[in-house]
Design a binder for this molecule. Structure first.
Ligand code: HEM
Length: 499
């Protein structure tokens, strides 16, 4: 009797197993290969390149790319690689994206900046296994660097002491803006470049504990600060050319490749100069407790060479991003005087920063500085009926997701209120999918400079609205994307009237 029972149990278990395998096979058979993902028409040899060349429908459509792809092909889109460009899968479904992210390796891989990796590996690092930096490394090397930076940069306690130096920098910036106005109270020089100086001075001050003097009106052309500004800009331009536009540098030595290797070298040399200077300054500083240490003091505990690389990373990642975001907030406030007045009232009352924070969040929704969430898959995934292979670049289209009515009602309006209203209000931001809006992204690999960026931007914007009434003349500015960053283009038709 017992044997008979076991026989039936075993047979049932085998049948169940067979059934499950059959179901899995059927589901798997329905999963289509990556090649079948919808995307622009691909021709033999040149693939999809023609769409991106002059005359093609995607030529220079950098800002609109996500919207065009979604509207033409739906929530998952395939872009074939070409001319040194790897293939990319765009995902515009936040639920599918979240599932993919959850299944990924706990140490995520972000692609890009191959030429900088090449430079650091071949021309800068002393040993084969030296780290390439927090932006570029992956796996355990990245984890080690990141765990060193997190406590210095993401803890509120660690960031608080930076407020006074950031306020000093913002005051200098306000003075500089005042002095740069013409008779119509417009800034004659390029405002974005000006904001870059402010952002670099701010990152420099908190990283090195030292003022770089970028805002000095008499900054000589051969000063280290000027060299740093120029090298940083040229590096970002070359990075875009080599890694985010079709380029053959991986196969042949192109002029841009040569220029890139030279300029990355200049950048690291100038950085070294500033690090050495701050090491000297630190020697004369009294011993302080850990919370009052500058970032460089904490990362110098690792290794001097690595400290140079990490400071370099903070400059590369923390200047255009903060400057571009500050520019977007200023434009949105100038174009929405009622919101600007409301913010000024709050700033003048000095009681809370709720509306200020909401203005920053809303600006990052409307003018996200980084449009997508970039990852290289560490395993195979089945997404929306398609198989995405391992080592595939995946971009989550957050920029598009933030601009649609079903995520954010009245999506084109600047409505900081959506970040403050109660849950029962239709505007309430919490009604959007949590994966739709993520200007600093999610999880362990999200922006390490987030707290610093928020603090410096809050301080600058409050000082500007305290001192100036902003107006904007003419139509909204145009935008473009270079490498991973969205830029607001000139002319910057601001009027900075005194309060
Ligand atoms: C409004 C300003 C900023 C925005 C919107 C922004 C956004 C981002 C985004 C989207 C990433 C990629 C995260 C990911 O792949 O998951 C990132 C990474 C990073 N950001 Fe920021 N950022 C800003 C300012 C800054 C500042 C001021 C610094 C430096 C002080 C900084 C340093 C970094 C670094 C080092 C990384 C690489 C982190 C890693 O891979 O572990 N960022 N940022």
């Amino acid at each position: 009797m017992y044997k008979l029972k076991r026989f039936f149990i075993t047979r049932n278990a085998l049948n169940r197993q067979k059934y499950i395998s059959a179901v899995i096979k059927e589901v798997e058979d329905r999963i289509k290969p990556w090649r079948k993902i919808p995307g622009p028409l691909s021709l033999p040899i040149i693939g999809q390149l023609l769409h991106f060349l002059p005359g093609g429908w995607l030529y220079k459509r950098t800002i609109e790319l996500q919207e065009l792809l979604y509207k033409s092909y739906g929530p998952i889109v395939r872009l074939d690689g070409n001319l040194g460009f790897p293939p990319i899968t765009f995902i515009f479904d936040p639920e599918a994206a979240i599932k993919l992210f959850r299944k990924e390796d706990p140490l995520p891989v972000r692609p890009g900046f191959d030429c900088l990796v090449y430079y650091r590996k071949h021309f800068y690092n002393k040993h084969e296994d030296d780290p390439n930096g927090v932006i570029l490394d992956h796996g355990e090397t990245w984890k080690k660097l990141r765990s060193l930076m997190n406590p210095a940069m993401l803890r509120t306690k660690a960031i608080k002491p930076f407020a006074s130096v950031l306020a000093e920098v913002a005051d200098d910036m306000v003075d500089r803006l005042r002095s740069k106005r013409n008779k119509q109270n417009m800034i004659e020089d390029n405002l974005f470049t000006e904001l870059n100086l402010w952002a670099l001075e701010s990152v420099g001050a908190v990283t090195l504990g030292d003022r770089l003097n970028c805002l000095d009106p008499n900054l000589p052309d051969d000063s280290p600060a000027k060299k740093l500004i120029d090298a940083l800009h040229e590096s970002l331009r070359i990075l875009d050319k080599l890694d985010f536009q079709p380029s053959l540098w991986k196969y042949i030595t192109t002029p841009s490749y040569k220029k890139g290797m030279e300029i990355f070298n200049v950048l690291l040399r100038v950085n070294k100069f500033f690090i050495e200077r701050s090491i000297q300054n630190l020697k004369s500083k009294e011993e302080t407790n850990d919370e009052n240490k500058w970032i460089i003091e904490k990362i110098l505990e690792l290794d001097r060479n690595v400290a140079v690389t990490l400071a370099n990373d903070l400059f590369l990642a923390g200047v255009d991003t903060s400057a571009g975001t500050a520019l977007a907030i200023l434009y949105l406030l100038a174009a929405n005087p009622d919101k600007q007045n409301k913010l000024r009232e709050e700033v003048m009352s000095k009681h809370t920063r709720t509306y200020l924070k909401a203005c920053i969040k809303e600006a990052l929704r409307l003018y996200p500085i980084v449009g997508g969430n970039f990852r290289k898959t560490t395993k195979e995934h089945d997404v929306l009926g398609y198989r995405i292979p391992k080592n595939m670049i995946v971009i989550i289209g957050n920029q598009y997701l933030c601009s649609v009515e079903d995520q954010f009602p009245q999506p084109t309006q600047f409505l900081p209120e959506r970040w403050i209203v109660e849950r029962n209000d239709p505007l309430y931001y919490g009604n959007a999918h949590p994966f739709a809006y993520a200007p600093f992204r999610f999880g362990v690999r999200s922006c390490v400079g987030r707290r610093i960026a928020e603090l410096e931007i809050e301080i600058l914007i409050s000082k500007i609205v305290e001192n100036f009434k902003l107006d904007w003349i003419g139509p909204p500015p145009k935008r473009t994307r270079r490498s991973t960053i969205n830029y607001i283009l000139e002319p910057y038709n601001f009027v900075f009237n005194d309060i």
